[in-house]
Design a protein around this ligand. Sequence first.
Ligand SMILES: Cc1cc2nc3c(=O)[nH]c(=O)nc-3n(C[C@H](O)[C@H](O)[C@H](O)COP(=O)(O)OP(=O)(O)OC[C@H]3O[C@@H](n4cnc5c(N)ncnc54)[C@H](O)[C@@H]3O)c2cc1C
Length: 272
Amino acid sequence: MTVTVKTFARLADAAGALSNDRSARFLGGGTLVMRAVNEADPAIQTIVRSTDPGLLHIALSSGRIELGAGVTMAAVLAERDLAFLHPVARAVGGPAVREAATVGGNLFAPSPYGDFATALLALDATVTFAGGMGQRELPLDEFLGRRERASSLVSALAFKRPAAATFRFTKVTRVHPKGISVLSIAAQLPLASGRVTGARIAYGAMGQTPLRAKAAERALEGRTLDVAGIAPALAVAVDGTSPVDDPIASAWWRREILPVHLRRLLLDAALA
Ligand SMILES: Cc1cc2nc3c(=O)[nH]c(=O)nc-3n(C[C@H](O)[C@H](O)[C@H](O)COP(=O)(O)OP(=O)(O)OC[C@H]3O[C@@H](n4cnc5c(N)ncnc54)[C@H](O)[C@@H]3O)c2cc1C
């Protein structure tokens, strides 16, 4: 089977090529899409790529962070000012995968992949798309639920920098240090007078895509991060989840261990 590779200098042109061809896939770092091509996946007949430098940009300010969709996990790890995201980037595959794997590609990686997307969901990120009609934005939350994701070209992700020490991440794997997720949890836990206000918690591998733990978020509102304060959140930790059975773990096991790891994360106890 022949696969056509189309390279565009402008992202808008790449977006046009992607939206006009259902057999086309955008090439990020290629860790998944090239594996599919090598396995002769008949659904992929065209690879669209772009040399637009905007894909690689990292814009850091005290208030806002913007990452081009082509920024790799290795590039995140090289940025000292993104130290709070280093545990997340380090959790994606081994060193070779991290050199290529992009933050944009992570939004499309099937569950149980998607560790970085889980963190971005807890950070309330917005997704920017390239298109012939100009750029448009959507909350990541909304984007992850959409069916027509495959024909969109993500150009960047943006989010407010979390206040110091409010962002937490953990990943549970069977193989250390670079195993695939049994599950992952990311949380942004702002405090006012020692009480949680406006928590955002996201789970990876607990559904078809990373998802918000909305019941746990609500139950944490106004509570303290101690054993008594987090008990209501743990009681509803699995609400709204729909994990799958796969060779890594059963859905039953994922539901069983989720509250255990959420407890550790919320108490900031030694993360497994
Ligand atoms: C050995 C191995 C280990 C891995 N371990 C992990 C892990 O621990 N955690 C984890 O989360 N993932 C893991 N992955 C999956 C994958 O490497 C990452 O999810 C990575 O971030 C995907 O990004 P990519 O740039 O390589 O995507 P690609 O392979 O380039 O693309 C994947 C999909 O996303 C689409 N896409 C890519 N970029 C864009 C864009 N900008 N706009 C629109 N569509 C786009 C592609 O068309 C394709 O459908 C692993 C993969 C391998 C092979």
